[in-house]
Design a binder for this molecule. Sequence first.
Ligand code: ZN
Length: 175
Amino acid sequence: MKLGSMQYAGRITTTLYSTLKQLATPEVNLCTVEDPIELIEPSYNQMQVEHKIGLDFAAGIRTLMRQDPDIIMVGEIRDLETAEMAIQASLTGHLVLSTLHTNNASPAVTRLLEIGLKPYLVKLTLLGVMAQRLIRTLCPHCKTKQTLLDEQWESLVNPFKIKKTRDYLSSKRLY
Ligand SMILES: [Zn+2]
């Protein structure tokens, strides 16, 4: 079981989809349970959660297991039932990929235990956790070069005391 921790909902989908795209060879049956399906990909067998008819993530995985999948992507693990189904799928030899709401990679383990999973099951099935966050960049069209004032520099490096060197001053590009 591989998990992606997300700090900003949505962005992780891109990472998850590109990972799946690498795995989706014609020999494997790749199934997804999503809420909602954010991107239609012909090489996956995609299923959307439908709460009105009781089709939640857990029920979705249960249904998918009858389709003899090799790889399962569960949109999100947020309750014990879904977590247990994901573990079950993973224990029976399926590669399970999913996302969790945590601030970083390591709290994903704590989160799984908080949900109610047995520690030995987490140890047995969890292959890896990846955290993702967005980096702020300046717009390439609007950014302008500016001289950095001493107090601006101090507020940037606060609480650390780092000397403003010539390198920073003479740098051609200011990000
Ligand atoms: Zn701009």
